[in-house]
Every structure is written in C-alpha cells, then in structure tokens.
Design a protein around this ligand. Structure first.
Ligand code: DC
Length: 224
C-alpha cells in the first residue's frame, strides 16, 4: 500500500511550495494535479474553443494525451501530446482556462484515473482542490491549506514576476478571487475541505514552518 497525503486548498495558499519541500524531505512523489487541468486549458485555448462550452471541450478530450514525467530534481513536467508544457501553462490566461474547464464533469472524469493510478503506485503528496474529497477519499493524511486573500495574491504576483510575467498586484488579486469563486461554488467536486481534513492557515507561517507541521502530522500517521 502506498502512503498518500492529500493537500488541498485555494490558489496561492502555498500548496505547491509546501508539497515540493515535503516530497524532497520525506522521499515522496509530488503530484501537481492543477497542471493537468492547465494542460487541458492550454489545448482548449489553442483550439479556439470556449472553455465554458462543456460539449465543445468534451469533444476535444479524445484528442488529448497527458503524461507526467519527473526530472532528476523531482520537478514535474506535464507532456501534452508529447510536448513539454513548461511555463506555457502558467500564464494568467491559462489559469482562467484551467478554472473554467475544471468545472466540466467530463474533464474531471478524464483525469480521475490518471490521478488515482499515480497515487496507487507511489507514495505521494498530491496537491489539488478535490484530492481529499474525491480523488483519494482514503488518503492517510488530508490537509487543507489556506491563507488570507491578500497574502495569497501577493505570493502569486511575486511568483509571476519571478517568471518574467508582468502584471499588477490588483489584477492578480481580482483574478484569484474570481477563480476561487468559480472553484469553490461549482456543482462538481467544489474546492472545499474534506470533513476529516486538518485546516492549516499559512498566512503567518514561513514555508519551513508549514512543511514542519505537515511533516509532523504525516509522521504521526505513519506510526499508527
Ligand atoms: O492549482 P492550480 O492553480 O494550478 O489549478 C488550476 C485550476 O485547476 C484551478 O483553478 C482549479 C482547477 N483544479 C481543480 O479543479 N482540481 C484540482 N485537483 C486541481 C486544480
């Protein structure tokens, strides 16, 4: 049996940073499930299909093949029909596409098995929105990571700036709130904490403090 950590929460809460560090420390595979939705968003955008058009997007799915590969340093790369997606899936435009296509049931179905298969074969820390509620309901540990809106927007803005994508803090905050609203109010697999998830607010914590807290929780579960 594999050891599974479900790390859910809204964008900018620090999930990927914490998950990456935790994976390195504990020898787990880090799975960034948002990147899978982003890759479908990228394909939808390239095909000129409206990401809110459920039927139109569903028709594209048979044309899509996604593969997760890991580089030597543990970095995940999503391959879309054989092409490394890299930073192409990290733009604000593709964030909105990802959020829109992720509300489509056919898209979520399409990605369900991929995610479960990886978690069945590896010890994972899986970062997403519905990992603890839908994908891995029996995960060994479920953490729902949050932080204030302003704090999350500032982190996301700095991250985009570092990647050379110039935008204003205000527009990042506005996009984030719109995306949070879409993600948490959609009919299917809304981004909410599982009843048995442990809530962790990262607003006033350093990355190291967050990682230490999740690691302590994971070690306690491993001992059981
Ligand atoms: O974590 P992220 O920002 O890269 O995710 C991109 C979008 O994909 C986000 O708006 C919500 C959606 N998503 C989802 O619905 N379920 C997941 N498990 C991961 C992401």
């Amino acid at each position: 049996m594999s050891f599974q950590i479900a790390l859910d929460g809204p964008s900018g809460a620090g999930k990927s940073t914490v998950a990456k560090a935790l994976a390195a420390k504990m020898g787990l595979i880090y799975v960034d499930t948002g990147a899978l939705y982003r890759a479908i968003g990228l394909y939808t955008q390239r095909k000129g299909v409206d990401p809110k058009d459920a039927e139109g997007v569903a028709k594209l799915l048979p044309e899509i093949s996604l593969e997760l590969r890991y580089e030597a340093d543990g970095t995940q790369q999503v391959y879309l029909n054989g092409e490394a997606t890299g930073n192409k899936i990290r733009t604000p435009e593709i964030s909105m596409y990802a959020s829109a296509v992720s509300a489509i049931p056919a898209v979520r179905d399409f990605l369900l098995d991929t995610q479960r298969e990886i978690a069945a074969k590896n010890n994972v820390v899986m970062d997403g929105r519905d990992i603890g509620t839908v994908i891995l309901p029996n995960a060994d540990l479920k953490v729902f990571l949050t932080a204030s809106d302003e704090c999350r927007a500032k982190r996301r803005w700095l991250e985009l700036k570092e990647k050379g994508m110039e935008t204003s803090y205000e527009s990042v905050l506005e996009d984030m709130r719109r995306r949070d609203h879409n993600d948490s109010t959609r009919a299917i697999a809304p981004a909410v904490a599982a009843p048995d998830a442990i809530l962790l607010d990262s607003s006033d914590l350093t990355v190291e403090e967050c990682v230490a807290k999740v690691e302590a929780l994971a070690l306690a579960k491993m001992k059981k």
